[in-house]
Design a protein around this ligand. Sequence first.
Ligand code: ME8
Length: 515
Amino acid sequence: MDKKNKNFYITTPIYYVNDVPHIGHAYTTVICDTIASFNKWLDKNVNFLTGTDEHGQKVEKSALKAGIDPQTFTDNVSKSFYKLANKLEINNTDFIRTTENRHKESVRYLWNKLEDNGDIYLDKYSGWYSIKDEAFYSNDEVTENNKGIKVAPNGSEVEWVEEPSYFFKLSSWQEKLLKFYNDNPEFISPRSRYNEVLSFVNNGLEDLSISRTTFNWGIQVPKNNDHIIYVWLDALTNYISALGYPNKNSHDWKSFWPANIHVVGKDILRFHAVYWPAFLMAADIAVPKKIYAHGWWTVDGKKMSKSTGNVVDPNYIIDKYGLDQFKYFLLREVRFGQDGDFSEEALIKRVNSDLSNDYGNLAQRVLSFIYKNNEALLPSKGVLSIKDKELIKYMNITKDNIINYMQNYQITNALEELWKVISKSNTYIDEEAPWTLKKTDLKRMNTVLYVLCIIIKNVSLIAINFIPIGANKILDQLSIPEDKRKYRNFDDDLIAGTKLLKPEGVFPRLEIEEK
Ligand code: ME8
């Protein structure tokens, strides 16, 4: 691996501070943390960025409604996102806030660069704007809903706006964008989203309004303080301002740009896959390698919204069911990229079947058997049978497949693959029946237990990237030192005679509450 390829940069969207975080935000953050963790595990230098998007009309409106000045308001709400990151125990490198000076300077620099390169002009905007989406919509996109309200295609209310505005010459980037998508078919994932973007750009691009004059909460246009820079131009820049752009000597900027992946929800794909590369190309900056648009979570089949009263607080779910349990459910229940539905019942079912019955049970039955019958000492290897060797070989192939899946961001497939080896190992223990061997063939019993310990160790080495708390506990019980839990420790042998800790169930079964 050359030095540059050893570096890996991943980002979440920066979340609006208009409201408290919910499971949708937690989802993107957990996905990114898992990918970041896996790459660290593979010994890459990982930079993982998250943060909050604090400017714009939507945030200003929320602050006004709360009767608080926008800075105090954003300080408060940003804290709840920061706290959630802690609660999720994510290992982010940085947490950027768009109200920080380092970010504002970077945005102004980028603006000047776009202007110097001839991509910005002053005119007047008249058209539709959705404060909820912080997005402009064309006449063709706007319809009337059954209450007679003008709405965007996603149902967000729009209002008519007429004001002086700076424009970015997006139309002149259409051909270059199309060529770029064509040359880089992996730029947008999943494939269906790639096609969606391609067809949007193929239909023609209009110049983009990139400044507003009817509110104050934002970064002023460098040479014209009457204008506030469009919140999306401001927000997207976070991905480079956090690295120190435009400081050419910044270590992070040199090491981590272009990003390996921006993970976003499908709601904000257009901003990331069309506007962002166009801004970057226009400013002579390299374009990120991938935009991955994941699906949308509903709750009990309905869109989460304050008015429906079904907004799920991740803090509540974590306190009730556990962090690994929450994370595992998010990562496994829905194929990455597709939509999914959240319900506590589905979470309980998933946790009980995969974590308690399959993985937890495998570890518990093997470790407690050794604890009781082998004086808590790791058994010796002895002579491996063909079946033993096959299981170990299968584990190795599984590891390679999982690495391959994770390098292609197929998180759900990776977990499915890991669970296949868990299931095979549960069958193996039933067939080999160490409890019977105890009476007939102690040597063979030891070998079977040894093979199972190797599998449990290696399954857990991989699982620490997805469910770190439980997987690390199992590795503790196996007495694997903390500094021996990397990818490179996969082939480490176990040392016979090592004393094991008293095994304890790591994933207790969850009870379904009576309604
Ligand atoms: O769009 N299901 O911020 P935002 C899945 N500030 N993911 C969800 C979700 C749901 N129901 N709800 C939210 C913004 N998300 C901008 C981004 S980036 C330069 C600026 C996740 O607070 C998903 O990742 O509205 C979505 O894209 C993001 O939160 C939107 O967060």
